[in-house]
Structures are given as C-alpha cells and as structure tokens.
Design a protein around this ligand. Structure first.
Ligand SMILES: C[S@@+](CC[C@H](N)C(=O)[O-])C[C@H]1O[C@@H](n2cnc3c(N)ncnc32)[C@H](O)[C@@H]1O
Length: 287
C-alpha cells in the first residue's frame, strides 16, 4: 500500500539522519570513524563559482543556501516553510537574512533537537519552529505559507508529485517554491553505475530526469519559473570534498583502489568523475 511504504521510507530516512546527526560510526576499511565531512550547519552540496575556487565545503554550502533564499523573495512580513530542514542551518540563515518566520520539518528527531538548540543559541527561537513531520503528508492548513523551500530533500521522497502537491496546497496563491534536486543529465555509463547505485542505496535517494519536472509541476498546479543545471558548480567538487578523508586514508594505503571504497560502502570517491549525475535548482509559483 503506498501510504505504508511512504511512511516506512520516511522512517528509514529519519533513522539515517539520526545516525548522521549523532555522528555515529560507519566503518572505513581500517575501522576508523567516518568524520564529519565539513558541511557545517548546511547539510547539502556546495556551490563554487569556479572548479578550483578556494572555498571550503561549509562556505560553499552556505552560498547555495543564499542562492535559494534570494529566490524566495521574502521579508519580515512572511512565513516560510523549510521542507527537510536538516539541523536548521538554512532556516536560521533565512530568518537572519530576511527577517521572515521559518517553520522547518524533518523526519529525524535528532535533527529537531539540534535545530532547536541552534535557534536558541542564535536567539532566534521566536522566529523559528521545527517539527517532526513527513513532507508527503504535512500537518499544515491550506495556504499557510508565503514561500517554501526544499534544499536537497526531494531526492529522499519516493513520490515527488505527491510532495509537490503538498507544497502547492500549503502555499498561498502567488507564493514561491525553490528547490534543489539530483537528476540524471544523461544515462549513467555502466562503469560508473556501481557507485551511483551505492549512493542511492546508502543515502536512500532516487534521481529524476530533468524533463520529469515540468510535468510534475503541471500536475501540482504550479507555474514553472526557473530551472538551472548547476552541476558544474556543485557535484564534482562536493564529491572531492566528501572524499577527502578517504583520499587521505588511501594515500597511506597505496595498494587500495576505488574497488576498496565500493566494498567499504563509500560512494563519493567513485562519483567525482560521474558527469551524468546532475544537480538542479528550480523555482515555481503557485498561481
Ligand atoms: C540532505 S538533508 C538536507 C537538510 C537541509 N535542507 C539542509 O540543506 O541543511 C535532507 C533532509 O531531508 C529530510 N527529509 C527526507 N525525507 C523527508 C520527508 N519525507 N519529510 C520531511 N523531511 C524529509 C531529512 O530528514 C533531512 O533533514
């Protein structure tokens, strides 16, 4: 039954992020702990102006958050929904930069705790609210929000059309949604497929084809405004940054190759050269 499978998917994703939030152990080949990859408070890919720009992952990730915030066009009179809010970094930044109130939802209880603590520390608890809720079935009345963003969360949701329908429902007429998502720019070549499959399995995510979005949006009743392939600024460099601990470990073990990463369940090193795996930024409006 679809409802049951979507619920269990959300629970599985919640457990995945509970583990991530707790920085608990995944095993590397030498049983070292997987370190925090350096995302900071913004748990998503970075945006670099040029491939070799000298910016760490947390700075580049915050830049992508800012690109999303700029497209929301909100101010202190507005209430924004953050779908899949992580540990609250993007919501906090939205409140800080625009003065808007922000409600964030996630399926991870640990993330809620971290996000609330972050808001408290920043003295922004009055403008921020975080709740445990599934984006496929949101606990909000129709037209509750002036704008919605979903920064790298759609890929965890098995039924994107349903989420887009929910987003359209909770948006007020004229409200905008800004989202990022993974997509296949071209079919994944056989040689890269084991790493892409591992990414899908280990991170519980799915990809779409870019041509799927216009019809999904049409189904939700929203008007398509902007879709940009930002892969050249995001994917390769993020996978390089995420691979850094592996690269350092592998340098001390000259006998290892990418197959070792695959066997250890670590997809990032094998994804650096996968140009077919893309990242998009999309804006739409509820009429
Ligand atoms: C890659 S993280 C991005 C977090 C945050 N947007 C950020 O950029 O820092 C994905 C987020 O999506 C959330 N998520 C995944 N599936 C969800 C669902 N069905 N409902 C609500 N949130 C969900 C996860 O709990 C997690 O917070």
């Amino acid at each position: 039954m679809p409802e049951k499978s979507s619920t269990s998917n959300a629970e599985a994703v919640g457990r995945l992020y509970d583990r991530f939030a707790a920085e608990s152990r995944d095993l590397w080949p030498d049983e070292a702990e997987v370190p925090n990859f350096g995302f900071g408070e913004h748990l998503h890919f970075g945006y670099w102006e040029t491939p070799d720009e000298d910016a760490p992952l947390d700075v580049a990730a915050m830049r992508l958050t800012d690109m999303v915030i700029d497209r929301l066009r909100v101010d202190e009179a507005h209430h924004v929904l953050d779908v899949g809010c992580g540990i609250g970094g993007p919501a906090l930044r939205t409140a800080r930069r625009t003065g808007a109130r922000v409600t964030g939802i996630t399926v991870s209880e640990s993330q809620i705790e971290q996000a609330k603590a972050l808001a408290q520390d920043a003295d922004l608890a009055g403008r921020l609210d975080f709740r445990l809720a599934d984006a496929l079935n949101m606990p909000f009345r129709d037209g509750s929000f002036d704008a919605v963003f979903a920064l790298e969360s759609m890929m965890h949701m098995p039924d994107r059309p349903q989420v887009l329908g929910e987003i359209a429902r909770v948006l007020r007429p004229g409200g905008r949604v800004v989202l990022t998502d993974f997509f296949e720019r071209a079919p994944i070549p056989e040689v890269h497929r084991p790493f892409v499959d591992l990414l899908r399995e280990s991170s519980l995510l799915s990809t779409v084809r870019v041509e799927d979005y216009p019809s999904m949006l049409r189904g939700s009743g929203m008007l398509f405004e902007e879709i940009v392939d930002i892969s050249p600024h995001t994917t390769r460099r993020t996978f390089i940054e995420m691979s850094r601990p592996w690269t350092e470990w592998a340098a001390a073990h000259p006998e290892v190759g990418l197959g070792t990463a695959l066997a250890a369940g670590i997809p990032a090193p094998g994804l650096i050269d996968v140009e077919e795996l893309g990242y998009l930024l999309l804006v739409a409006q509820r009429p």
